[in-house]
Design a protein around this ligand. Structure first.
Ligand SMILES: [Zn+2]
Length: 420
């Protein structure tokens, strides 16, 4: 088997891995990297593979999939939730990408129309001698680990993974029924030990309460898929006595969550949280909410577009207000600049923020010891590290090299072919 890494090499973004047997090729994920522009993975000819398998809906995993549906089509496999959520995120990308994209709505629709929905923990014969099984990855609704069973080898690609439960997504399923020969693991937070979720929840609730009781307002910019829904549930589950409002694309995603109760960690709790949340529809409601004390949860999580930008301009002015970040902040995004320098862009200028600014570690990825425990549990012959900074990848590489004598650790290079 040959493996070639086309992206997410020493970076978080544009995941894409080509796996080739003697007979066939499989492309695992096809993402983009979004910072100032849209960046694609390294080129792969459509002749090199027959089947595309998508781990989850985030654009750094699915953003370039429609490329393979321009004037043609591939076999594609993903879960039902990944399909529904990818549709929203891909169409949103068309709107927010300020650069030319080589595909349009037509290709996005073709991609989704041609793809096969996969149920978790079931085996699918996706080609001669190859079985596919997708297992819950815990990271976001629909996210899956990709398990490929070839004639003589088993490969596991984690996609993005979280072994810890959150308010909305059940934890990753790490019960594997077979020996795994080749592991390709994400490394996003390989050097970070996350604080316990309960503690982070308590901090957010307490700090929000303080701001409101002092007469301020709280803005929580949150990813529209997953994090926004989790945050409204956190407020409800902790009996937060003040108004919580939800705006932007997160509303549509909340509807999808409501329509798929079996996917959620605790549907009843989520449904009650939604019921108690002010889902903002009109500008009149928005104006009303902006004047009243309370919490507004809205995308984008890194303040790159979405209603969060408009709200932040207003909320930033007040000394009594707060902007609480609850999502990963990619270097160079407005959210990361806000956190580091306490400024936001307004009317083309950087303006000082008077409101309190703070970040809370609501991660949807595993933490340091989770990565190490998983690699040890699987004990593969080969392990490749992707989707992480150089520092994180080197950390895991050294851990494996120093402590696991039967496992070969590899820090892949872009476009390099590895034979296993
Ligand atoms: Zn992700």
């Amino acid at each position: 088997m040959k493996i070639k890494f086309l992206g997410a090499v020493e970076e978080v973004g544009r995941s894409s891995i080509l796996v080739k047997t003697e007979k066939e090729g499989f492309l695992l994920d096809s993402g983009v990297a979004l910072d100032h522009s849209v960046k694609f993975p390294a080129y792969v000819s459509p002749d090199e593979f027959s089947t595309l398998i998508i781990s989850h809906c985030h654009l750094d995993h699915v953003g370039s999939a429609p490329l393979f549906f321009i004037g043609g089509a591939k076999k594609a496999f993903l879960t039902k939730m990944t399909k529904e959520l990818s549709r929203i995120l891909l169409l949103d990308m068309l709107k927010i990408a300020k650069t030319y994209l080589p595909f349009e709505t037509l290709e996005i629709n073709r991609f989704l129309q041609y793809s096969t929905e996969v149920e978790k923990d079931k085996q699918y014969e996706i080609s001669e001698d190859t079985l596919l099984e997708m297992k819950n990855a815990g990271h976001v609704l629909g996210a899956s680990q990709i398990l490929l069973k070839f004639k003589d080898k088993v490969l596991l690609y984690t996609g993005d993974m979280n072994v810890n439960r959150t308010r909305t997504v059940p934890p990753a399923n790490t019960d594997y029924n077979e020996n795994i020969d080749v592991l390709i693991t994400e490394s996003t937070y390989a050097t970070t030990e996350h604080p316990p979720r309960n503690q982070v929840e308590k901090e957010l609730i307490e700090e929000s309460r303080k701001i409101i009781e002092d007469g301020g307002k709280v803005l929580i910019p949150a990813f529209g898929v997953g994090r926004a829904q989790e945050i409204i549930t956190v407020f409800h589950a902790n009996n937060f006595p003040y108004k919580v409002a939800l705006d932007g694309m997160a509303k549509k995603v909340t509807e999808i969550f409501m329509n798929n109760p079996e996917e959620l960690y605790d549907y009843k709790q989520f449904a009650r949280a939604v019921e108690k949340t002010y889902i903002l529809q009109s500008d009149q409601e928005r104006r009303y909410v902006a004047q009243e004390p309370g919490v507004i949860v809205t995308p984008a999580g890194m303040l790159k577009g979405g209603p969060a930008v408009k709200y932040s301009e207003e909320i930033a002015k007040g000394k009594k207000n707060a902007i609480f970040l609850v999502s990963y902040q990619v270097e160079g995004t407005p959210g990361s600049t806000l956190l580091k320098k306490k400024v936001i862009a307004m009317g083309g200028k950087l303006v000082k923020v008077n409101a309190e600014v703070k970040q809370f570690d609501f991660s949807s990825h595993s933490g340091r010891s989770d990565y190490i425990n998983l690699i040890k549990k699987i004990n593969p012959k080969y392990v490749f590290f992707v989707h992480g900074s150089k520092e994180n990848i080197e950390f895991l590489f050294n851990e494996v090299q120093n402590n696991m004598k039967d496992t070969k650790a590899i820090m892949p290079k872009i476009n390099e072919v590895y034979e296993v």
